[in-house]
Design a binder for this molecule. Structure first.
Ligand code: 5GP
Length: 211
């Protein structure tokens, strides 16, 4: 039975390991399409335009907003981040589960526009481990790390808006848990209305035939 894919929103504090986790999901399972966001922040070392992000100027980003070309966008630590619309719509229609790895303001906008989206929040095992990962990444200045930790405090207040949390202690285990949640979500009755309707009709016919 083929139906439309699920819009899977994955958020988590900066440094929670979402990027690596999403790469693992794409490698390990074949039902996912990962949306590539547009941002005005500068590329980090090793990041590639079109693979990690579409890196654009503020003007180009604002033009995209004006064309209604983004599903959602938000300002995070002084930069714009947004989800290009076209890819998401294409992949959902093709039956793929589309992963948006986005921060909380964007996640809440997606939930408003697409109430059936599945919202998942990736947590670090502890706050100390989060700091260790941010510092260990070695790509951010002390000032940026401080801003991102402050932002984590704010984001932590909104976790109850999500459907599920997962703890990223062990990469493989966490990816497995995220996948299990998506698999379970596919079994919700409201995502299977066509199938349920058919069985009801068949049952009606069957019962009438036996009278
Ligand atoms: P980073 O600069 O570390 O790559 O990303 C900073 C934050 O922006 C992360 O929490 C990430 O999930 C979020 N983010 C990335 N792309 C998007 C997007 O398209 N929309 C929104 N709202 N947030 C995004």
């Amino acid at each position: 039975m083929k139906h439309k894919g699920i819009l899977v929103v994955v958020s988590g504090f900066s440094g929670a390991g979402k990027g690596t986790l999403m790469k693992r999901m794409i490698q390990a399972y074949d039902n996912y399409a990962l949306s590539v966001s547009m941002t005005t922040r500068l590329p980090r070392e090793g990041e590639e335009d079109g693979r990690d992000y579409f890196f654009v100027s503020k003007e180009a980003f604002e033009e995209k907003i004006g064309q209604d070309g983004l599903v959602e966008y938000a300002c995070y630590c002084d930069n714009y981040y947004g989800t290009p619309r076209e890819y998401v719509e294409e992949q959902l229609a093709a039956g793929k589960d589309v992963i948006l790895e986005i921060e909380i303001q964007g996640a809440l906008k997606v939930k408003e526009k697409f109430p059936t989206a599945l919202l998942l929040f990736v947590m670090p095992p502890s706050a100390e481990e989060l700091r260790r990962r941010l510092v260990g990444r070695g790509t951010e200045t002390e000032e940026v790390i401080r801003k991102r930790l402050e932002r984590a405090v704010e984001e932590a207040r909104g976790i109850e808006s999500y459907d599920y949390i997962v703890i990223n202690d062990d990469l493989g285990k966490c990816a497995g848990e995220l996948h299990s949640i998506v698999v379970a979500a596919h079994h919700a009755p409201f995502r299977n209305e066509g199938f349920i309707g058919n069985i009801r009709q068949e049952l009606d016919v069957l019962v009438k035939g036996e009278k």
